[in-house]
Ligand binder design. Structure first.
Ligand code: EPS
Length: 392
């Protein structure tokens, strides 16, 4: 079973990641993890914090000479900003409360977290609720990506919408096209004209003290069919993908394939007809299901979309109550991002890759790469022989 644990406060000393269950003999590159971390930081719309941080993973366990050992992989990502928080975020010593947050922000974890953990202010809540922790999710995803790369599965994320600025629906890029066309964009958008409008929308939101959400899409090709299962509710890959993407702070909805639109159409216009393929096997007339049927991948292109709400910290604040006085007040307004949708695309890609890697290991349960490669090869051959293409 592949799993990961993370720890770390936004302004504490470091973030920590432990990944357990990677097979032995997987080639991993420190620079590939760092490139994924840098991509998460590079998106347009971030606040001052990203000028301070330069996320780099320091591996501490589970790797020798660039290959996994089959033991837990450990790494830390230092917080450079920790140096500015030595008093308020001291792990030990006298309490300092210069940066307590008592005017909880509507839409943030602040108020519910204070109630749940019995905190008198929201500082200890927001430190962990912060999207800072998504750096560890990206690092985990980069390790999952190494496994998928080794087996030939591809996935990439791009931004489809920021606020009301949307990529035209007809643009449906492959992972390869996303890497080529969105790779250099600060919006991870495959269309520079749309990205320019997104930039203007973020600038306008910033100028008025507001924030913006958006839509990210993760696309997967060469996906092995049969990942996940219809056999039990908690093994359905659509459920696992939805949970993983919804775990990203501020994500409020996930859809696979046509998603919400499928609920409005008759079945005849929703389901993907099965046709004989020219070279034997079968092909689909369409891919409205987004590569998932019955809780399993079906070998078609995987399409997962995640909807992110706007960030709750507004410089023109909404109304709240000061928990110290019980009086009406303006919500706290700290340094924040105007829009983190491009960064969230990097996180969504990481989480989808994680789910795919975990599902591969669940299906082929191998503890070293030689056994895993052999099992996947055998399975692909069986599918081809059985005429069940597309077979990944
Ligand atoms: C965040 C607030 C900002 C963001 C942060 C998430 O940080 P700060 O409070 O230090 O200005 O920059 O995101 C990150 C640090 C990151 O690495 O993504 C929040 O409140 O969630």
């Amino acid at each position: 079973m592949l799993r990961f644990l993370t720890a770390g406060e936004s302004h504490g000393p470091a973030l920590t990641l432990i990944v357990e269950g990677l097979p032995a003999g997987l080639a991993v590159e420190e620079e590939a993890v760092n490139a994924a971390l840098a991509r998460r930081q590079a998106g347009y719309g971030r606040g001052g914090r990203m000028l301070i941080e330069k996320d780099r993973a320091q591996f501490t366990a589970g790797v020798r000479f660039g290959k996994t050992l089959g033991t837990p992989v450990g790494l830390t990502i230092p917080n450079r900003d920790w140096a500015n928080w030595l008093d308020d975020m001291a792990l030990f010593g006298p309490e300092r409360h210069g940066r307590d947050l008592t005017r909880p922000r509507p839409g943030h974890a602040d108020l519910a977290g204070m109630c749940k953990y019995a905190f008198a202010d929201a500082r200890p809540v927001l430190e962990r609720a912060s999207a800072r922790n998504t750096a560890t999710q990206v690092a985990a995803g980069a390790l999952a990506s190494a496994l998928l790369d080794a087996l030939g599965l591809e996935a990439a994320a791009h931004v489809r919408a920021v606020g009301e600025v949307k990529l035209p629906d007809a643009i449906r890029p492959s992972p390869a096209e996303i890497k080529e066309r969105a790779g250099g964009s600060d919006f991870f958008c495959v269309c520079e004209k749309t990205a320019a409008k997104m930039r203007a929308a973020v600038d306008a939101a910033k100028a008025s003290g507001d924030s913006l959400g958006g839509l990210v899409e993760v696309v997967g090709d060469k996906i092995i069919p049969g990942l996940g299962s219809y056999a039990h509710w908690d093994r359905r890959i659509d459920g696992l993908l939805a949970q993983a993407v919804m775990s990203i702070p501020a994500f409020k909805a996930v859809e696979i394939g046509d998603g919400q639109r499928a609920a409005e159409m008759p079945g005849s216009l929703v389901h993907d007809e099965v046709l004989p393929a020219a070279g034997g096997g079968v092909r689909r007339a369409s891919n409205r299901a987004g590569g998932v049927e019955g809780g399993m991948t079906n070998g078609e292109r995987l399409i997962v979309r995640g909807y992110m709400k706007p960030i709750p910290t507004l410089t023109t604040p909404l109304r709240t109550v000061d928990v110290l006085t019980g009086e009406a007040a303006a919500a706290a307004s700290e340094r924040s991002d105007t829009c983190a949708v491009p960064a969230a695309a990097a996180v969504a890609e990481a989480m989808v890759k994680w789910v795919l890697a975990a599902a591969v290991l669940e299906k082929f349960s191998a503890d070293n790469m030689g056994d895993l490669n052999a099992a996947v090869k055998l399975y692909r051959e069986r599918l081809k022989k059985g005429g069940c293409a597309p077979c990944g």
